[in-house]
Ligand binder design. Structure first.
Ligand code: GTR
Length: 324
């Protein structure tokens, strides 16, 4: 009898286990960055927290290094539900979610505190909510430092920028912004940029210190001029197609976890920015700090009007500008 009971409980246990493993699921998320980059590490962290909160039902597997394609490709996969999640720069959504263009407006943030106050606050929530209409669930915005121009020579003034073949992300706003500087924009996916700089397909690019360092762009464009023209955030989105198959309490867990892990990301980001800046200097890159920012600011300002054509967009821009 005892033997039988033991066997029976063994069977029950085994089938319970089979049930959990059959139901357990890893959401697949894409990123262009290496696995130790703050964006990738934070999505992994979110997976661990979600797994705990759902008793192992859900976790997240991140595919880094552009393994699943460019940012544009992976956003398209998320749209049709072939991929569950993606972390990209907001620039990738410019043509899909007009509100996502606003934080890419040149010099819109007075400083990083102004960015944090708005993008982790009411205005950031409005931008995230706007992803819904386009078939995405906006989960989190994350700071990404300031983007600056790098080339083989210093870019202190507009005269220095004139005629440079400068790589941009696939976005009309970015094309206009670089044209305003007097440079020639060329759209190139992130994963192809190192080779494009090396072979001279482009002379210059612009990004933050962590990307400049981890993608080794400093090897081909060793002068980093601190133009700090844009502070566009990163964004983490979930596929609405997949989202709608989840239970409301599961959706709540995912949303809450995305918010709760922002400080984890910020901490990783602050450390990475400092480490990357040191690393590129140690590797021989030259940092130019005496940039004539006012010149860049003056020519880039018309970009704001061009890319906030509606009263609703203009009012969100004003809200951000007015935030103290
Ligand atoms: C990085 C950003 C990426 C991508 C890249 C680029 O700073 O994290 O998502 O936008 O820049 O310039 O393509």
């Amino acid at each position: 009898m005892q033997q039988k009971l033991k066997m029976l409980s063994g069977i029950v246990l085994a089938s319970a286990f089979a049930m959990t493993t059959a139901q357990a699921r890893d959401f697949r998320s894409a990123d262009v960055h290496p696995l130790d980059y703050p964006t990738v590490m934070t999505v992994k962290k979110m997976g661990e927290v979600i797994s705990k909160k759902t008793n192992g039902k859900y976790n997240i597997k991140v595919f880094g290094n552009s393994a699943l394609g460019s940012e544009k490709d992976t956003v398209e996969q998320v749209k049709i539900g072939a991929l569950d999640m993606v972390r990209v720069n907001t620039s990738t959504f410019h043509s899909i979610v007009p509100e996502s263009m606003i934080p890419s407006f040149p010099f819109i943030f007075r400083d990083i505190n102004h960015f944090r106050k708005t993008m982790y606050g009411a205005q950031g929530d409005k931008i995230l909510a706007a992803f819904d209409k386009a078939g995405f669930v906006g989960l989190a915005l994350w700071e990404s430092g300031a983007r600056s121009v790098y080339a083989k020579k210093p870019v202190r003034t507009l005269a220095d920028a004139k005629g440079l073949k400068l790589r941009v992300q696939a976005s009309d706003l970015w094309v206009s912004l670089v044209q305003a500087m007097g440079a020639n924009p060329t759209v190139i996916p992130y994963a192809e940029l190192y080779t494009a700089l090396k072979t001279g397909l482009v002379d210059a690019a612009e990004n933050n210190y962590p990307s400049y360092e981890t993608a080794k762009h400093y090897e081909a464009a060793p002068v980093f001029s601190e133009t700090e023209h844009v502070l566009a955030p990163e964004v983490l989105v979930f596929s609405k197609k997949v989202w709608d198959t989840l239970k409301p309490e599961e959706q709540k867990i995912i949303r809450e976890t995305a918010k709760e892990t922002v400080p984890y990301y910020q901490d990783l980001w602050a450390k990475k920015e400092a480490v990357s800046k040191k690393a590129v200097i140690a590797a021989g890159a030259k940092i130019v700090s005496d940039v004539h920012k006012a010149e860049f600011q003056a020519v880039m300002k018309p970009v704001w009007d061009k890319f906030s054509p509606t009263p609703a967009l203009k009012s969100l821009v004003q809200e951000i500008v007015n935030a103290k």
